[in-house]
Write a new protein. Structure first.
Length: 294
């Protein structure tokens, strides 16, 4: 949302689920359903015209969610998914593209191309040159990076794992499940990010953003190659066009307050569980960040 307040940037939200939002006709931040939204309706019309399909059938014709390509309850599809992870992480682009033409991965290649075509249409309709996709999938990121390696940047945003654990436990996870879930997600992301040149990725911390928001966003703007504008923290002149995700998207107030509730809500036993499973990685990530407010 902060980046989306910049005149050169369009914030897309978790756009990987766009086809699902169309089917549900979910509400856009601008206050109208997505199929009637002045931005997204034009994107749908433009892509539907290219595919020679009706806008009402667009969701079935234009899937862009890579995570649902494979039915991982079936062993052959699960193996195909694992092979695609190793391929996009390890193999040179020509090898991956040859693999992706095989029937087991053809849908994956099609959805990746759909996503890139979607980005182009969103840029054309909005008049913005930079898009922010917060779909939070490094798997998706690497496949799109293969298509446009010189145009894609990665922002790796982390948070103290104990705070994430506290949130997951409120959602019903046990302390053990929450700690392992955070550990696996970050270990996997860090491993996949090794494929990306260091100059095309940046690591930011939630705590850094909350404690020194202007300095952190200024650093992010330098990384992207745009001018930092103080107005990025003001109420936007135009509504965002975000769909789905956390209800915070409905609040235009971008004043950030760090949530430290984990410090009083996590029991000693829960903290011990976290330390056993995730403490080492958490300390490593925290050490990599030098918070500007210190």
């Amino acid at each position: 949302m902060i980046l989306g307040a910049h005149p050169e940037i369009l914030a897309l939200s978790e756009i990987a689920f766009f086809d699902r939002w169309i089917q549900l006709n979910d509400l856009c931040n601008c206050g109208v359903p997505v199929r009637s939204c002045p931005l997204w309706s034009k994107v749908i019309d433009r892509l539907s015209a290219k595919r020679a399909c009706s806008p009402t059938d667009f969701a079935n014709q234009f899937a862009i969610d890579l995570s649902s390509t494979f039915d991982r309850t079936l062993r052959p599809q699960r193996l195909a998914h694992l092979a695609s992870i190793l391929a996009v992480r390890t193999f040179p682009k020509p090898v991956w593209l040859r693999m992706a033409r095989l029937s087991a991965w053809s849908a994956l290649l099609e959805r990746t191309r759909n996503a890139v075509e979607f980005y182009d249409a969103a840029c054309e309709v909005s008049g913005r040159s930079i898009l922010v996709d917060s779909s939070k999938s490094i798997y998706r990121f690497l496949h799109i990076h293969f298509m446009r390696p010189c145009e894609v940047l990665a922002v790796y945003l982390t948070r103290d794992g104990r705070a994430v654990m506290n949130s997951l436990m409120k959602a019903g996870y046990s302390a053990r499940e929450a700690a392992r879930r955070w550990w696996r997600a970050n270990l996997y992301t860090r491993w996949m990010l090794r494929r990306i040149p260091p100059e095309r990725q940046i690591h930011l911390a939630y705590e850094e953003l909350c404690r020194a928001p202007q300095q952190t966003i200024s650093k992010l703007c330098r990384f992207i190659g745009i001018q930092y504008l103080p107005s990025m923290f003001a109420s936007p002149a135009e509504p965002y066009h975000l769909i789905g995700g956390n209800d915070v998207r409905l609040n235009p107030d971008l004043n950030l307050v760090e949530d430290r509730s984990w410090q009083t809500e996590l029991s000693a036993d829960s903290l011990e569980v976290f330390e056993r499973f995730s403490g080492r990685l958490n300390r490593k990530l925290l050490k990599q960040r030098s918070f500007s407010s210190r």
